[in-house]
Design a protein around this ligand. Structure first.
Ligand code: ANZ
Length: 847
């Protein structure tokens, strides 16, 4: 009657699972309902540490749960194994990034197995395998065919430290997301994916995910896409052929435009400055070079003093012919809208700040003090309606004086035919009028930019394109894929601003597949976010060398039912995966448009309140904890420490408590002394009620990610079983076996090794991981009830049947709602209510 040590227990059951392939997903003929459970795949940056433990434990629990609910579960694992850390590590050691990568992968695999995870190990993939990245290249070609992959020369984000370009998404507060170096702009010819073609769908489809993805993530995606609606308005410019267009969300305010601003780094600014005096030209050049050193973040900052140069040129307001002085100012960005704005200082704060700095006129065109039906809430005070906002006069609110732009609702003034209209109606009317006169039209704008995918680094997917001597571009035909990375031998990987692949002469020099003429391979590699944008589909047919993924398997399994990962991927990875999913849908390869039906962002295990990391030297070692206290104790303790979505502190995690609980659970299984086939219809009634209440509650606890509550309930069950064994009918009571079996099956989702061992002690064949949770017996869920006497002035008017544990307030409400009681109270004033739940409610009344 000895309990196995944690390592012995783990080895025993991990060996069993591996030998029996216990968690392999069922094939096409498996008729159970399917669940695709997926954790965001790991990056092989080193061995696992305790900071990762919550992620893997939670994904595993979800997968195990659905198996217990009778589902055919697919829970695969792979590695996102291209990328900078491997390349940087290789440079540091003068080694091959492959070595570092695959060594780390092996280590992580081993750790994940020791943690008792239930992956389908037959589907492992690594994005750095040619068998995988070949299909990245295929995807690139498909996007190219559809006009969704294109090259352009434009200013790109450049990390001077990593010596590579970065996507907008990889620039955080003006710095490189990876190394923190300040990002600069550099003009380069690069490959882009046209994600902006999908902006509307990427935005609108978020509504489908409401309630199924964390609201915060949906909001971040919405803001990132940043759709604005309004109008494009054409302005003539004195002394220039052809109109210039501006984008405005407020075409209703056209009459309030008092000047015109061009982004200094837009081509138009240089062109207009060209026509100005020598002095202005010089001032402009100086200003432009200063602006080019400023980040977009700084340019948009509201508390930076406004700067600009008057270009001595004028734009003509299309609605009233007024001459608007044209300024170059850096608060207008070159690559948003059309890089120019009509400035309406009375109603736009940035324009007002600028107008006040340079003494430009301010003209109010929306009277925000004029009432719009229903917009100013009124409250009753002593029977009189009083507006919540005290009425102010327009004079008091003059933006030129207060410095505060009037951005609220109101009625149009000083605006010709728009006068008297509300802001909203005036926007619509202004667009109609502009359209009719041909001087403008309704327009949309997005913050979202096309996805820059070229990287000047070695450790990534080669772009499957060759360049001919005459500057032509030829895609590598599909049947010649993969374009494999060359050997790293003799290559200098050190960052130098161009791709190291360019120096691999034998590799670079090739022939045009179309003509046989000499040609050069594109030396850049793809952003690794391309790799992760579709990997969830590759898991469905991971070894196929015919197709990227099998469309029939995709119809069976996809989209992913439960996607689980860190909130750090709230924008980049999820947006790209959503985009590629929509492209594949348009290609007719899949029948869904969103890749991840539900999303959970789980927290991390922190130490001293900060993220564990090698650089901070605060890692709690993972391997050592698998020996002591053991995988199950770690998993129970983490689950118990708090809700899945929260970060938890390792200091708050009690593994000794968890160890004791697991030991008690195992002892119960060994103590049970009834036949394996005993019928569960008798025995200790209180214990049976607790068991069945848990069977009824556990699914929603798991589905709402309340694992901490589930563990607490399992602990309660262990205590009650032990009490029943020690008193009552003892270890032979069928209710004890029923409870112990329920405990084992439920415990499996958190402490699988312990659960298997219990299941065996209870006389069953493994694996408990495939045993279905039983249905709760409704007869055992009925709560005890009590009878309440409801009195009015001491006289019983009715009786109520209520739950025995009803709260006083609830009971009083029930009594008041009763018809007989209402009749007895009619026309009377209630002086006092006395409630003694669940027995008595007494209303003391007069009149
Ligand atoms: C006139 C106006 C009047 C505007 C008003 C706003 C309020 P969002 O919502 O971010 O799309 N704008 C247009 N292009 C710009 C650029 N390249 N750089 C900086 N600002 C630019 O903002 C759209 C508004 O931002 C546009 O509407 C324009 O100012 C400005 F009472 O036009 B608005």
């Amino acid at each position: 009657d000895e309990q196995l040590s944690a390592p012995a227990l783990q080895v025993k059951w991990q060996k069993y699972w591996a030998e029996h392939d216990t968690f392999r997903a069922g094939g096409a003929d498996d008729m159970r309902p399917r669940k695709y459970v997926l954790g965001m795949f790991p990056y092989p940056s080193g061995d696992m540490h305790m900071g990762h433990a919550e992620n893997y434990a939670y994904v595993d629990s979800v997968a195990r749960y659905w198996r217990h609910r009778g589902h055919n579960v697919l829970n695969p694992i792979g590695w996102d194994s291209f990328g900078l850390p491997a390349e940087n590590a290789a440079i540091k050691r003068g080694a091959d990034p492959r070595e570092w990568t695959y060594q780390n992968i092996d280590q992580q695999k081993e750790s994940l197995k020791r943690f008792g995870t239930s992956y389908d190990w037959s589907r492992v993939l690594h994005t750095s395998d040619p068998e995988y990245y070949r299909w990245n290249q295929w995807l690139f070609l498909k996007l190219y065919e559809r006009g969704l992959a294109y090259r352009k020369k434009s200013p790109v984000n450049w990390c001077p430290n990593d010596q590579t370009v970065l996507a907008n998404e990889q620039v955080v507060d003006g710095r490189c997301e990876r190394c923190g170096a300040e990002v600069v702009k550099k003009k380069l010819t690069q490959w882009y994916f046209k994600i902006t073609d999908y902006a509307d769908r990427l935005l609108d489809d978020l509504n489908q995910l409401e309630g199924r993805w964390p609201h915060k993530v949906l909001q971040m995606q919405r803001n990132w896409i940043g759709r604005s609606v309004g109008a494009d308005v054409d302005f003539e410019i004195e002394g220039r052929e052809g109109a210039v267009t501006v984008f405005s969300t407020r075409p209703d305010t056209l009459h309030g435009a008092t000047f015109f601003v061009v982004a200094p780094d837009a081509e138009l600014a240089a062109e207009l400055a060209e026509g100005a005096s020598a002095e202005v030209r010089e001032r402009f050049q100086e200003y432009l070079s200063a602006v080019q050193k400023t980040t977009d973040i700084d340019r948009q900052s509201t508390d930076r003093p406004k700067t600009g140069v008057f270009l001595e040129r004028y734009a003509i307001n299309p609605v009233n012919g007024e001459r608007l002085p044209i300024w170059a100012a850096d608060y207008v960005l070159a690559d948003y809208g059309h890089g120019a704005v009509m400035a309406v200082p009375a109603h736009d704060q940035r324009d007002l700040d600028f107008a006040r700095a340079f003494d430009l006129p301010v003209k109010v065109v929306v009277d925000t003090t004029a009432p719009i039906t229903g917009t100013i809430p009124v409250i009753e005070v002593d029977g009189e309606g009083v507006p919540v906002e005290p009425a102010a006069t327009l004079d008091e609110q003059n933006p030129a004086v207060t410095g505060v732009a009037l951005t609220g609702e109101g009625r149009m003034v000083n605006s010709g035919e728009l006068n008297g209209l509300s802001k909203r109606n005036a926007i619509a009317r202004a667009i109609e009028t502009l359209t009719a006169s041909g001087k403008g039209r309704a327009a949309k704008n997005y913050r979202l930019r096309d996805w820059l995918i070229s990287r000047q680094r070695f450790w990534g997917t080669p772009i499957p394109i060759v360049h001919t001597e005459d500057g032509g571009i030829t895609p590598v035909p599909e049947d010649q894929l993969p374009v494999r990375l060359p050997s790293v031998d003799g290559l200098d990987l050190a960052p130098k601003g161009s791709s190291p692949l360019g120096a691999a002469e034998k590799w670079v020099q090739t022939t045009d597949p179309a003509t046989g003429d000499p040609a050069l391979r594109d030396p850049d590699t793809m952003d690794t976010f391309v790799d992760s944008s579709w990997y969830f589909l590759r898991f469905l047919s991971p070894t196929s060398d015919e197709v990227a993924f099998d469309v029939d398997e995709a119809r069976r399994w996809a989209p992913v039912d439960s996607y689980i990962g860190g909130v750090e991927h709230a924008i980049l990875h999820l947006l790209y995966a959503r985009f590629i999913t929509k492209v594949l849908f348009d290609m007719g390869m899949i029948d869904f448009t969103e890749p991840f039906s539900t999303l959970v962002n789980q927290g991390m295990v922190l130490l001293d309140g900060s993220k564990m990391s090698k650089s901070k030297g605060n890692l709690v070692e993972f391997s050592a904890s698998m020996d002591d206290p053991g995988a199950d104790a770690v998993r129970v303790a983490i689950a118990f420490a708090g809700p899945v979505e929260d970060d938890i502190n390792w200091e708050d995690v009690s593994t000794t408590g968890a160890q004791k609980f697991l030991a008690r659970a195992q002892r119960i299984a060994r103590d049970v002394d009834s036949p394996v086939d005993v019928v569960f219809n008798s025995g200790d009634a209180a214990l049976r009620r607790i068991t069945h209440r848990l069977l009824a509650d556990a699914p929603s606890l798991v589905e709402q990610t309340k694992f901490n509550v589930l563990v607490a309930r399992l602990m309660e069950l262990v205590n009650t079983i032990r009490k029943t064994i020690d008193s009552g009918a003892g270890a032979a009571d069928p209710a004890v076996r029923e409870a112990a079996e329920t405990l084992a099956v439920m415990l499996d989702i958190i402490a699988p090794h312990t659960a298997e061992e219990m299941w065996e002690s209870l006389g069953h064949e493994p694996s408990v991981g495939l045993v279905a949770w039983r249905q709760a017996d409704p007869a055992l869920l009925v709560e005890a009830t009590a009878t309440t006497a409801v009195q009015v002035n001491g006289k019983v008017r009715t009786t109520l049947e209520v739950p025995a544990r009803i709260a006083g307030a609830e009971l009083e409400a029930l009594a008041r709602a009763d018809e007989k009681v209402q009749r007895a109270l009619e026309g009377k004033e209630i002086v006092r209510v006395i409630v003694r739940a669940p027995k008595i409610v007494n209303f003391a009344v007069k009149g």
